[in-house]
Design a protein around this ligand. Structure first.
Ligand code: G3H
Ligand code: ZN
Length: 285
């Protein structure tokens, strides 16, 4: 199958009140695990490479890897560039065949955020690539983007309609209490804010910082109309912990890297299957 875009996935999810899971990968093993989990759940899936992952793997290499996986996949796969602040890298990813990108101009003033996100939308359109952008600032640390608690700003509902209209984006990342990385204290989502934003726009909304939020809270957001949920740190930790475990378990005489790496796929698949089932997208492929 060819890669699909957010436009192919999110409007339907919003209408039918489920969310499509979006998962960060950093190499072959976790990427294969994400797809295996989605296939087990018979769910569409969004595979995300962050700007850092693209710099590590290579933009064309990441595109080639996931395009290759998608060819024989039994479920729709979207390949999404996550939290990109480098516009040259975004353009390279679009040209390389990513079916979706996130332009993150959330640290910029409102007018600049609109102008720069709109320019990416215009560029991506010619390649049938969808675009997500962010309004407000999600707190925590997402690789090169660090937002201290005092600088995190919730999305102002009043700013949403003009932002969506003038950028022409396909999905909107909003800040309403979730945080990137592990939570230092109990996450507190602002459901009223989410409700207010949902009333003001038809644009599918995205929850960032999915790791560590109680599933019941995520499900409440989805029932209200949230359409995409991002999960990264939980998979990263599972990847690292599995390698640590295998290094302790495998004989010191072993030198086949696959002996250490193979279990990562199953561990990631189990997490992804569980999330997709909780998000209501199992069986929607
Ligand atoms: O864009 C990526 C996600 O928002 C990941 O957040 O690492 O806290 O799960 P997380
Ligand atoms: Zn994020």
């Amino acid at each position: 199958m060819e890669l699909v875009t957010l436009r192919d996935l999110l409007p339907r999810a919003k209408k039918e009140r489920y969310a499509v899971g979006a998962f960060n990968f950093n190499g072959y093993e976790d990427a294969a695990g994400i797809l295996a989990g989605a296939e087990e759940a018979r769910s569409p899936v969004i595979m995300m490479a962050s700007q850092g992952a693209c710099q590590y793997i290579g933009v064309y290499e990441a595109a080639g890897l996931v395009q290759g996986m998608a060819k024989r996949a039994k479920v729709p796969v979207c390949l999404h560039l996550d939290h990109a602040t480098d516009y040259d890298l975004i353009k390279e990813a679009v040209k390389a065949g990513f079916s979706s990108v996130m332009v993150d101009a959330s640290a910029k003033p409102y007018e600049d955020n609109i102008r720069e996100s709109a320019a990416i939308v215009r560029f991506a359109r010619d390649y049938n690539c969808s675009v997500e952008a962010e309004l407000g600032k999600v707190g925590g640390k997402e690789e090169h983007i660090v937002v201290e608690d005092r600088s995190a700003t919730f999305t102002d509902p009043a700013e949403v309609p003009r932002y969506v209209e003038e950028t022409g984006i396909d999905a909107l990342a909003i800040a309403f209490g979730s945080v990137h990385g592990f939570y230092k204290s109990e996450p507190k989502l602002d459901f009223e804010r989410l409700a207010a934003i949902l009333k003001l726009t038809d644009c599918p909304l995205v929850l960032h910082g999915g790791t560590g939020i109680p599933i019941a809270d995520i499900q409440r957001c989805i029932t209200m109309g949230l359409a995409k949920v991002n999960v990264g740190t939980e998979l990263k930790a599972a990847f690292a912990n599995t390698i640590r475990k295998m290094c302790a378990e495998v004989s010191p005489d072993e030198f086949d890297p696959r002996k250490f790496l193979k279990p990562v796929k199953a561990v990631c698949a189990a997490i992804v299957k569980e999330k997709l089932t909780a998000f209501g997208s199992a069986g929607k492929a």
